[in-house]
Design a protein around this ligand. Structure first.
Ligand code: GLC
Length: 423
């Protein structure tokens, strides 16, 4: 019965292709026969609302290759779930180009959901060095870096200046100011992104890396988290909540909620991506002119940020793969990458922009951001990163809410991550 249905479908497709009236998802019959035609671009929530204007620029000059933007939720995990559901659809789903988190490339490539790309079509040599690796899997290019990211520590410069305290370079300095200075000004001490989702995996991994620990080795095949260093990292976050210098409210913060708390003038210190600094310092923000940003601190000095950002990939079932690649080349061109920074407040992947004198004047945090991106450490590169992240989120959240000690959390991480590594 099944084969009759399948054969029937095959004949139908063949008939439509021969009569030229189908724009198939496999790109067999394109509008101009060269893999060109309209596209959809799926992305996580556009927090600074700039992408529509950027795509208008493309749509104006590419009338036969119009792009429709599909904006998914803010939370990385919800976007991941929606993209995966779409890519698994029998007919290949509705997304042609996908703006994927850097940590999903391996999973999507291994599953065959995105197609390998030709390196020569993209200006990879002009990109910041560490970003290209996030777009490769098994030695092949499966996506093109679009936006990079590194965490920064934002602080209330006005308050620290009044107290004669320099911005913290170590966790001890941060804790001291969060405990003693913040309450004097009616502020909470420190927050990051602590809701159980990818943001918490990021914050926890940064704390572990900053303390000199690691989570997984050998591209996810070996668990390396059961160490005193990893425990010290997790304990920084656990201690903060227990001692009250991390407010309980922060346990439900994603990027936006934490940025809002800082922007409303409720926090002394905030770990966030650089967009939060750009938005909180913009005219109209209650803390504009009162804030600064430094690299993340660690136990004995500079800490380590994880490498964030997103890559543009082409669905294996894209209707018009050539247009998809052309759109990606456009979005990673120097002109659009400049808009990524000036309109989107996001860190571009083109290295030269970080040294452009006009941009450095307008965005004084660029040199700090560049240094943070260049020294950022990637999250484990594994086709099962989604499972790894879920474990880290669940365990660290349990520890931060006081259901488990930091020592027990690290042991549980080792056990649960071990089960994933062996699968
Ligand atoms: C940002 C980063 C991304 C990270 C996410 C976590 O979007 O660019 O890499 O996974 O935040 O919430």
């Amino acid at each position: 019965m099944r084969w009759i249905q399948a054969a029937g479908r095959g004949l139908l497709v063949l008939g439509l292709v021969l009569t030229g009236c189908v724009s198939s998802k496999a790109g067999i019959a394109d509008e101009d026969g060269a893999g060109r035609g309209p596209l959809t671009l799926a992305t996580a929530g556009d927090l600074t609302g700039y992408l529509g204007t950027v795509l208008d620029g493309w749509n104006r000059t590419h009338p036969r290759e119009q792009v429709t933007l599909v904006e998914l939720p803010d939370s990385a995990d919800e976007t991941h779930a929606q993209m995966v559901t779409d890519l698994r659809e029998e007919d290949g789903g509705r997304f042609d180009v996908l703006n994927i988190d850097v940590t999903w490339t391996s999973e999507f490539a291994a599953a065959g959901w995105i197609r390998p790309l030709e390196r020569s079509r993209f200006a990879l040599r002009s990109f910041l060095r560490p970003v290209v690796d996030s777009a490769t899997y098994d030695g092949r290019l499966y996506a093109v870096p679009y936006v990079t990211n590194a965490g920064l520590l934002l602080y209330r410069k006005d308050v620290l200046d009044k107290e004669g305290v320099p911005p913290p370079r170590t966790w001890a300095e941060l804790e001291r100011a969060a405990k003693t200075v913040a309450p004097k000004y009616g502020l909470d001490g420190y927050a990051g992104q602590f809701l159980p989702y990818e943001g918490l995996a990021v914050n926890a991994t940064e704390a572990v890396y900053s303390a000199g620990g690691t989570v997984l080795g050998d591209e996810g095949d070996r668990v390396t988290v059961n160490t005193a260093a990893a425990r010290e990292g997790i304990d920084f976050l656990v201690r903060g909540v227990r001692e009250g210098w991390i407010p309980k409210a922060a346990l439900s913060y994603k990027e936006e909620e934490s940025k809002q708390a800082f922007q409303d003038g409720r926090l002394l210190f905030l770990r966030n991506w650089s967009y939060a600094y750009a938005v909180a310092s913009a005219p109209g923000s209650p803390v504009a002119g009162k804030i600064g940003a430094v690299r993340l601190p660690g136990p004995d000095g500079q800490g380590t940020s994880v490498l964030g950002g997103s890559d543009l990939a082409v669905s294996a079932h894209a209707r018009h793969p050539d247009s998809a690649a052309r759109l990606i080349a456009y979005l990673t061109s120097e002109r659009v990458q400049r808009q990524v920074l000036t309109r989107g407040a996001l860190p571009p992947v083109r290295a030269s922009l970080y040294e452009d004198p006009d941009l450095v004047e307008r965005f004084p945090y660029l040199p700090t951001l560049r240094a943070s991106v260049l020294s950022a450490a990637p999250r484990p590169k594994s086709p099962r990163y989604d499972q790894v992240s879920l474990v880290v989120q669940a365990v660290v959240h349990d520890a931060m809410t006081g259901h488990q000690t930091s020592g027990a959390a690290v042991e549980r991480l080792a056990r649960e991550l071990g089960a994933i590594a062996q699968r």
